[in-house]
Design a protein around this ligand. Structure first.
Ligand code: PAF
Length: 282
């Protein structure tokens, strides 16, 4: 496995792979890799000849009051994980190379980026799309792997690939959870012991909501209130949002008649965690 930080060097390697007719799977990350990321690398390895993982903490997707400077960084451990799970190349561009100060062009997203995380993290998806578009252009992957935990990001990137004609297939990958149900996230390392225990209320509340749906409940306001009340039973939880949206358009729904996404964001102390549930059996 090679680690490359220069754009022209990685392009040369990719050109050679393409010349040999090899397919490329791509896993974009911001590092601090956990089992969720490693499962994406594993899937990419099974479906492609070569796998590239990028590690770049993207300042464009953090608001000024967010955790960019303290975002966890663990390059040595990340490289070990990438190697163990079969990555061929790790791309670690410098800030100056990937986002030079002269950068004037950004990728903006309409509609899909306006609610959920888009409303509480203004500019976040513009930052994500801009960096992912750059990475797609540099690495020209055949397939790109994104976790379903970031459901809104996945929907937006899928739409970006379609609308901007990127020649890469976006592959959604299932959420990976801890044994007690907490969705794996690089931000889980911020949690104190008490917050870590309290955070299981998110997946518990989503599972209970799923039972309501399975019993035929279809009024989204009722289900939303049920989830809010359930999360509020945990005193350390501070809800950012709980929303029920159409699975593909991400627009709010009143009556659940089509596949939906229940998306939640909850603070535990300063740590904001997201999770979601897709329900398609309607
Ligand atoms: O999901 C992430 O880690 C980031 O949003 C991504 C896709 C690597 C872009 O910076």
């Amino acid at each position: 496995m090679e680690t490359i930080s220069k754009i022209n060097e990685i392009r040369n390697i990719i050109n050679e792979w393409k010349r040999q007719g090899l397919t490329i799977g791509f896993v974009p990350t911001m590092g601090c890799l956990h089992q969720g990321h490693l499962s994406l690398i594993e899937q990419a390895k099974n479906e492609n000849d070569k796998v590239i993982v990028s590690i770049f903490v993207n300042p464009l997707q953090f608001r000024p009051n967010e955790d960019f400077s303290r975002y966890p960084r663990s390059l040595d451990k990340d490289l070990e994980g990438c190697r163990n799970f079969g990555a061929d190349l790790v791309f670690t561009p410098s800030l100056n190379d990937l986002l030079p100060e002269k950068n004037l062009v950004y990728v903006d997203v309409d509609l899909l980026g306006n609610n959920l995380c888009g409303s509480s993290r203004e500019g976040h998806f513009r930052g994500v799309c801009t960096i992912v578009a750059k990475l797609f252009n540099i690495l020209t992957p055949d397939k790109s792997y994104f976790g379903e935990k970031d459901a809104q990001q996945l929907a937006i990137i899928t739409r970006m690939a379609e609308d901007l004609n990127f020649n890469t297939k976006i592959v959604p990958c299932a959420i990976v959870r801890e044994s007690d149900g907490l969705a794996m996230s690089s931000r889980n390392v911020y949690l104190t012991l008490e917050e870590r225990q309290a955070a299981t209320i998110i997946s518990k509340s989503l599972s209970s909501a799923k039972s309501l749906l399975q019993k035929g409940k279809r009024d989204s306001l009722n289900i939303k209130s049920f989830i809010i009340d359930s999360i509020k039973t945990e005193p350390l939880a501070n809800i950012d949002y709980v929303e029920i949206v159409d699975h593909s358009t991400l627009q709010f729904v009143d009556i659940i008649e089509k596949p939906i996404l229940i998306a939640v964001a909850v603070y535990f102390g300063k740590t904001r965690l997201i999770d979601n549930l897709t329900y398609k059996e309607v």
